[in-house]
Design a protein around this ligand. Structure first.
Ligand code: AMP
Ligand code: MG
Length: 331
């Protein structure tokens, strides 16, 4: 080989190796996931975004938006508009809080009160806001039920007030979904169109991960592991389950989703998963369907014209799909 050919060969070889290295490096950058978890809304919130480390600042902004939602909706933060309303009856005039309460009342109307954010006195009585939940006496339940009823909330002139001073609200069944939608808006506004946002089990699968849909799993309601997994893009996934907060007394499981009509934890189902376009509604519907049970739940979905896909699990372990795509779940 002449020296000119040798040099040409070396130049080509260096170029090829450089290309391979360059491609590998950028592939690695593409495959990398930026992931951050904060403890917000009494739960672990995690946001994952595929891409370079510079995205961490955007993730932090989305997580900060969750914190802002918590400061508005929490019953445990004494300065939140909701806590002030509960404690002293101070009217709520924060437009965001008023709008979420109005949406919750729409769901109450559709579900004839199965979903009701004024369920607070019952949750307090059952001890779910403290460390030692317990089964109350029937008379105590009947007394607390008198303080429950979404029709006691008055929404006028951009304000929420109450007709009855004893009425208190708990947005726990809808606020996580709302916060999830808000975090998604922060990401989208910053040009992030691929992310997995998890707010304590309520998930939004935004776009894709390395050209593939995000892989989602539903927790098995009775044993460790998953009930199933499937691939998802562009949808919210909300699950309500009787395993999230519960205690067992005299061999009976009592949990945190209360049927306001009976004053006792709802007994129809053990888990409900709703896949929808909007996390606020998916979250509210998962809780509402949990209380309504499979038959009334199906009726609600049809009447409301909802396009949501739903998976319900009964206490005997029966899986009831509603518009759930065939073959996407492997229990
Ligand atoms: P989720 O995990 O979304 O199903 O919400 C459960 C939370 O919703 C509970 O911890 C309570 O704060 C609240 N909640 C319980 N029962 C009801 C109900 N019937 N309607 C509305 N909110 C409820
Ligand atoms: Mg919910």
């Amino acid at each position: 080989m002449s020296w000119i050919k040798k040099i040409a060969f070396l130049i080509v070889l260096t170029g090829l190796m450089g290309g391979v290295f360059f491609g590998f490096f950028f592939h690695r950058r593409e495959a990398r996931i930026q992931k951050e978890s904060w403890f917000v809304m009494g739960t672990i919130c995690t946001i994952q975004v595929p891409g370079p480390p510079e995205l961490r600042a955007v993730i932090a902004r989305a997580l900060a938006r969750l914190e802002e939602c918590d400061r508005k909706f929490s019953i445990f933060i004494p300065t939140s508009p909701v806590a002030c309303f509960n404690r002293s009856g101070q009217a709520i005039d924060d437009p965001e809080v008023v709008a979420l309460i109005a949406k919750a009342c729409e769901v109450s109307s559709l579900t004839e009160g199965a979903f009701d954010i004024t369920v607070y006195p019952l949750l307090e009585l059952w001890g779910f806001y403290g460390e030692n939940p317990r089964r109350p006496r029937r008379e105590e339940i009947e007394l607390a039920q008198k303080k429950v009823g979404w029709r006691n909330l008055v929404i006028t002139n951009g304000q929420v007030t109450k007709k009855n001073a004893a009425v208190q609200i708990d947005l726990g069944a809808i606020a996580k979904g709302y916060a999830l939608d808000e975090a998604r808006k922060v990401l989208l506004a910053s040009g992030v169109s691929n992310a997995l946002i998890n707010v304590g089990g309520d998930i939004y699968a935004l776009g894709k991960r390395n050209q593939q849909p995000w892989k989602i799993g539903i927790r098995h309601p009775r044993r460790a592991g998953l009930l199933g997994t499937w691939e998802q893009t562009g949808r919210a996934v909300s699950t309500s389950g009787d395993y999230e907060q519960f205690f067992i007394q005299d061999g009976v499981r009592y949990h945190h989703i209360i049927d306001p009509r009976t004053g006792y934890p709802a007994t129809n189902l053990v888990s409900v998963t709703v896949v929808g376009e909007d996390a606020t509604l998916s979250d509210a519907y998962a809780t509402a369907l949990f209380v309504l049970g499979p038959e009334k739940g199906r009726q609600l979905l049809l009447e409301a014209g909802s396009k949501a896909k739903v998976l319900m699990v009964t206490s005997s372990g029966r899986i009831i799909p509603f518009r759930w795509p065939e073959g996407r779940l492997r229990p």
